[in-house]
Ligand binder design. Structure first.
Ligand code: UDX
Ligand code: UDX
Ligand code: ADP
Length: 482
């Protein structure tokens, strides 16, 4: 019963919903795409010239479709009128947040699907015509079953709902690039006529710009689990390389050389093998814990323990790095100024969810350090809201932390610089648009340390300037280099 899609609604105007719909609207000028959200301020920001998220290339995508132009229609809308957008659409993306549960059974492990359920109930109440309902949010496997039940129980008689799974694989910082040229589009459906027709209708939307062979269809449950599996395997690679970095630090081997050597094996491949202070972001920890919890609930404790260890190594990595900083600074940070360069969980995003910076700064503040933070994109208000939850701080956290708009101000008089995000401007490997490390060297207290949690600096060059440099998975300045 599903012909060509002409109207799409997306519930949730976040990091996934916003960019995905902007690209979908650009590539389907004859389809009207309306993104709705409960948050009025978020929608207002999407309708303004200051978008609510920072993402390279996003503005061009949004502006073209949202504002229209001589050669193109206006077909991207941001609205808080959720009911209207749902009722008008033939296809509805559900792209709301599914954070880790904070209370009840599975607290701290399982995913909280209450926002998904709320959105589904809304769809069921409002819809007066058939809808294809598409899960975009990452959800526990078999969530589509729950969705089908609710839609059937609440929906108006005669209205048919078909549920699809269509997980999004974009990474922040490269969202637009990932959306324009995805490795694959995954669509899961029931394998009956209704299901296959709905999957085909959604495939048509993507086929406007994605080669057919990259649009993969499969059963609903495989599609749901594939999203969790992909994030778990990616996170597992990072924990594996980070676990090896600890062995490197204890032996004199170099983790970047290890990653290069193993990455040339075509069975392993070079990507996602960059040792770091630990992975962050809204997905990896949440999804690995969700997979572990699902395994636990399925009475598979060995499987749960395996995936749990991926998160455990990540926590260990952050802790190990913090301890190394304290040790190198002669076991006391009391009243020492420490500059933190980078607060987002990776470069080219202003997102700080699960950023390693948060727990590391917490630990350093607990040691009595005075922290100055510089990040080129993260809003100062975001930093304060992340660190006000500190457990370690004594008294008002503002006594210990300052946020700087200028990298040189952040580093002035510091005993140590800690690089926590791999922003290009912190690297000293090229000169253009990079910070002036010589200038920084002259303004710091001595001995001046650099702790590179991202392995982006050329340690040799910094050592020539007088710095002592400690990188992840490499012998530090104190090592005998033969
Ligand atoms: C392995 C490494 O591949 C090789 O680079 C190294 O030099 C020696 O160890 P090998 O043990 O001969 O080689 O074979 P391999 O093809 O890696 O398989 C090892 C085992 O894993 C086999 O039992 C194989 O059946 C199993 N395997 C392999 C799987 O179960 N799944 C796979 O996807 C691949
Ligand atoms: C991830 C997945 O990549 C994406 O497919 C999924 O849709 C959402 O989750 P994202 O979290 O945005 O995307 O970024 P990603 O580039 O995967 O990085 C996640 C974290 O791992 C970051 O903190 C990053 O710095 C870290 N990382 C990544 C490493 O430490 N080493 C690496 O080699 C790669
Ligand atoms: P993601 O990274 O998965 O995109 P975000 O937290 O950035 O997650 O965005 C999710 C968005 O979904 C938020 O803006 C939130 O306000 C919105 N949202 C959550 N529940 C609902 C709902 N029932 N109806 C409409 N919007 C919702």
């Amino acid at each position: 019963p599903h012909g060509r899609i002409t109207k799409i609604c997306c519930i949730g105007a976040g990091y996934v919903g916003g960019p995905t719909c902007a690209v979908t609207a650009n590539k389907n000028p004859d389809v009207s795409v309306t993104v709705v959200d409960l948050s009025e301020s978020r929608i207002a920001a999407w309708n303004s010239s200051t978008l609510p998220i920072y993402e390279p290339g996003l503005w061009e995508q949004v502006q073209g479709a949202r504002d229209g132009g001589a050669d193109r229609p206006q077909n991207l809308f941001f609205s808080t009128d959720i009911d209207k957008a749902i009722d008008e659409a033939e296809l509805i993306f559900v792209s709301v947040n599914t954070p880790t549960k904070t209370m009840g059974a599975g607290a701290g492990l399982g995913s909280d699907t209450s926002y998904v359920e709320m959105a589904i109930r809304k769809i069921a109440q409002v819809a007066t015509s058939d809808k294809i309902v598409v899960e975009k949010s990452t959800v526990p496997v078999r969530t589509a079953e729950t969705m089908r039940e609710i839609l059937k129980a609440i929906g108006k008689p005669g209205v048919h709902f078909e549920v699809l799974s269509n997980p999004e694989f974009l990474a922040e910082g490269t969202a637009i690039r990932d959306l324009l040229a995805p490795d694959r589009i995954l669509i899961g459906s029931l394998l009956n006529d209704h299901g296959l027709q709905a999957a085909a209708a959604l495939a048509e939307v993507y086929a406007r710009w994605v080669p057919r062979e990259r649009i993969i269809t499969m059963n609903l449950w495989s599609s749901e689990l594939a999203k969790l599996a992909a994030n778990a395997l990616l996170a597992q690679r990072i924990s594996s390389i980070n676990a090896l970095s600890a062995v490197c630090e204890a032996t004199g081997a170099d983790i970047d050389e290890i990653a290069f050597a193993v990455g040339t094996d075509s069975r392993i491949g070079p990507k996602m093998l960059k040792a770091s202070v630990g992975f962050g972001g809204s997905c990896f920890k949440k999804d690995v814990l969700s997979l572990a919890y699902i395994s636990e609930c399925l009475h598979l404790p060995e499987v749960a323990a395996y995936w749990q260890s991926v998160v455990d190594i990540n926590e260990y990595q952050k802790d190990r790095f913090t301890k190394r900083i304290i040790r190198c600074l002669y076991n006391t940070l009391n009243n020492k100024k420490v500059a933190v360069l980078g607060f987002s969980y990776k470069k080219d995003t202003g997102d700080t969810r699960e950023s390693a910076a948060i727990s590391i700064i917490d630990a350093l503040v607990a040691e009595g350090a005075k922290i100055s933070i510089y990040d080129p994109q993260v809003l100062e208000s975001q930093i304060w809201s992340d660190i006000e939850k500190f457990k370690g701080a004594r008294g008002d956290v503002k006594q210990y932390v300052t946020v700087c708009k200028d990298v040189y101000k952040a580093c002035e008089g510091a005993h140590a610089i800690i690089v926590l995000t791999e922003w290009d401007e912190f690297s000293n490997k090229q000169i253009r648009k990079r910070m002036d490390w010589q200038r920084v060297a002259e303004s710091m207290d001595r001995p001046s340390f650099v702790f590179d949690g991202r392995n982006i600096v050329d340690a040799g060059k910094l050592e020539e300037m007088g710095f002592r440099v400690e990188c992840i998975g490499k012998p530090g300045s104190g090592w005998f280099k033969g």
